[in-house]
Design a protein around this ligand. Structure first.
Ligand SMILES: [Zn+2]
Length: 610
């Protein structure tokens, strides 16, 4: 029996011979003289081998020797390699935590083999807009990560929307609820959900902690501008200048040097809602210099938003917000990711084509910009997200100001009427206050009726009692038309923006988003299988400079999913939002089998920090 090393050598000789032969004769002569057969096959193989690192034999069967137990052969699947190139039939050999090679011939192997006939072998999914960076330190909570494994996710890109879990002012991890910077304590504790104690302030410390404790998935992460800012000045709306800004820049830069993949902003949340254009520019220029990325949860996602002054005949606020960030790209040259593009409220829906025009124009102008999307028309947020900046800047005393509340009521009434988005679209998933937990799962409009309260008073009560962090699922983020158009757009990438909730109603994206995107791509013929996989893997790896995974070639990390392209399907409905998807059979994370035909390997923590 030939060893694999011998096989590679012989194969190389064969390819040399074929190349020589092809050089000697024109293809047509070969076909005329030899009648096709073997030469037609070898030509196809030679062409393929220029695209793949996998060596190809001219004919016959390859025998691989089972030299060690760490080899697994995924046999006879349809290989969709994550580059966007055309799928081809083949097998893939895993050795330890890496892909050893992709094989295009018939292969015989007496070691551990998984028959992938009729299945797609693809790279593991990179969930490129995630908040799992704050969940993974919880270590053994497989229940919080399993739903992602079942979708085929192998890597998270965390730290989005301005929320980081490291990169703080030194010593911030020791703050308590009584400290003078309660805002920072609140922000970070909300993210840790009581699952672990914060034992670090830098990314170096955070990554060491994860490596020591082990993680279920791979993690790349961003430093959240907002959390870093909060560690320096809480939710103080004062613009950052002088030595304060220098300190902010120092912490962000230190985070990037210690391995953060970029900087994220959450311009609709405290404290990033107070970030000035000058602050944005300084950070973007530094990120550009370091050749990293900025991801931006923009200032507005609806035609009318409290985060901009109300004017009725101006440019829709969501388009202003997009243009503002595209201009940031034009001015600084920074690589930009527009986070979770949505079009909140019926009146905003029609602006999506114009939004695409702005993005396409920026790309034409040389801006390195993409956006990300999911396959649902609802999404998670916190109840504060609908509050205007002027109101947030005066919390908590603003709750006692009759005038401020009257002004807010008038603005919100106007916005909800003009926008086609209101209390009937905001579903409380976790109220975060003992008096209000009984309403988890209900919509604000129905809750107000049940409590016999005015809709505005009910809303403000939730805001105040939960300290603004009642978790919500906002509906009417988009309709089918926009979801499909975004999946189809060449600049879109795919993400969940989701975590599994400890209690309350689940976000369906945590359970079925990627299967749903594949299903939509297939059923509505939106994009090809190859393109869908590419956007979930290779393209996302590229975006964040992840070099050792995202495509299936020899020597890359063995992050792999095996699924049935004809059966893959999300099983969530409007009411059931935590269903297991169909059609995903196997998931490997760094060569470890994490999902085996429905069974989750709960003993393994095969993830690494990347
Ligand atoms: Zn966000």
């Amino acid at each position: 029996m030939k060893s694999i090393e011998n096989y590679l050598k012989i194969n190389l000789l064969r390819r040399e011979f074929i190349r020589w032969l092809m050089k000697m004769m024109s293809t047509s002569v070969v076909f005329t003289l030899w009648g096709g057969g073997i030469f037609r096959k070898s030509k196809a193989n030679a062409a393929q081998s220029t695209q793949q690192t996998a060596a190809s034999a001219a004919e016959g069967q390859v025998t691989l020797e089972n030299v060690n137990e760490s080899r697994t052969l995924l046999k006879n699947g349809l290989i969709v390699d994550g580059t966007g190139n055309k799928a081809f039939k083949g097998s893939l050999l895993i050795n330890h935590h890496k892909i050893e090679k992709v094989i295009t011939e018939d292969v015989s192997f007496d070691g551990n083999t998984i028959d992938c006939t009729g299945r797609v072998i693809a790279p593991g999914i990179i969930d490129m807009h995630s908040h799992m960076d704050s969940v993974l330190p919880a270590g053994d909570r497989h229940d919080l990560t399993t739903p992602f494994t079942r979708q085929g996710v192998t890597t998270f890109v965390g730290g989005n929307c301005g929320y980081g879990i490291a990169g703080f002012k030194k010593g911030s991890q020791n703050l308590t609820a009584e400290s003078s910077n309660r805002d920072f304590y609140k922000t970070v504790n909300k993210r840790a959900k009581g699952l672990y104690e914060l034992q670090w302030d830098t990314f170096g410390g955070y990554f060491d902690y994860l490596e020591k404790n082990g993680i279920t998935h791979n993690l790349a992460t961003l430093v959240g501008n907002g959390t870093t800012r909060a560690s320096l000045q809480g939710f103080d709306p004062t613009p950052m200048t002088g030595s304060r800004m220098q300190e902010q820049m120092y912490l962000l830069e230190e985070a990037l040097e210690q391995g953060a993949r970029g900087v994220s902003f959450g311009l609709q949340y405290e404290p990033d809602v107070f970030v000035t254009l000058d602050e944005l520019n300084k950070v973007a220029a530094m990120v550009k210099q370091k050749d990293k990325i900025i991801t931006v949860h923009m200032k507005a996602y609806s035609a009318l938003s409290g985060t901009y002054p109300l004017e009725f005949y101006g440019v829709p606020h969501n388009l202003q917000a997009i243009e503002e960030i595209l201009n940031l790209g034009r001015e600084t040259g920074a690589r930009i990711q527009l986070s979770h593009l949505i079009f909140v409220g019926e009146r905003t829906w029609k602006s999506y084509e114009k939004a695409f025009e702005l993005i396409d124009q920026a790309i034409q102008d040389g801006v390195d910009v993409k956006f990300d999307t999911y396959a649902y028309h609802c999404g998670v947020s916190i109840i504060n997200v609908v509050l205007p900046e002027w109101f947030l800047a005066r919390v908590p005393e603003v709750f006692n100001s009759r005038w401020a509340l009257l002004k807010l009521r008038a603005e919100l009434t106007l916005i909800t009427n003009l926008l086609g988005f209101g209390y009937e679209d905001i579903q409380i998933t976790k109220a975060n206050h003992p008096d209000l937990e009984q309403y988890n799962g209900m919509f604000l409009k129905d809750i107000a009726r049940k409590r016999n309260m005015g809709e505005f008073e009910n809303f403000i009560d939730f805001v105040q009692k939960s300290n603004g962090i009642a978790a919500v699922l906002n509906h009417r983020y988009s309709n089918q038309e926009q979801v499909k158009a975004m999946i189809r757009h060449p600049a879109s990438l795919f993400q969940t923006d989701a975590t599994v909730r400890l209690e309350g109603v689940q976000n369906p994206a945590a359970f079925g988003n990627f299967p749903r995107i594949l299903q939509y791509a297939r059923d509505y013929n939106l994009i090809s299988l190859e393109e869908a996989v590419h956007k979930m893997s290779g393209a996302s790896a590229d975006r964040f400079g992840i070099q050792d995974r995202g495509i299936l070639v020899g020597n890359k990390a063995a992050d792999i999913m095996v699924f049935d392209w004809h059966k893959v399907k999300d099983n969530n409905t409007d009411i059931k939002t935590s269903e297991t998807p169909s059609g995903i059979d196997y998931v490997f994370i760094n060569g470890t089998l994490a999902l085996d035909q429905g069974k989750i390997n709960t003993k393994a923590k095969p993830g690494v920090v990347i």
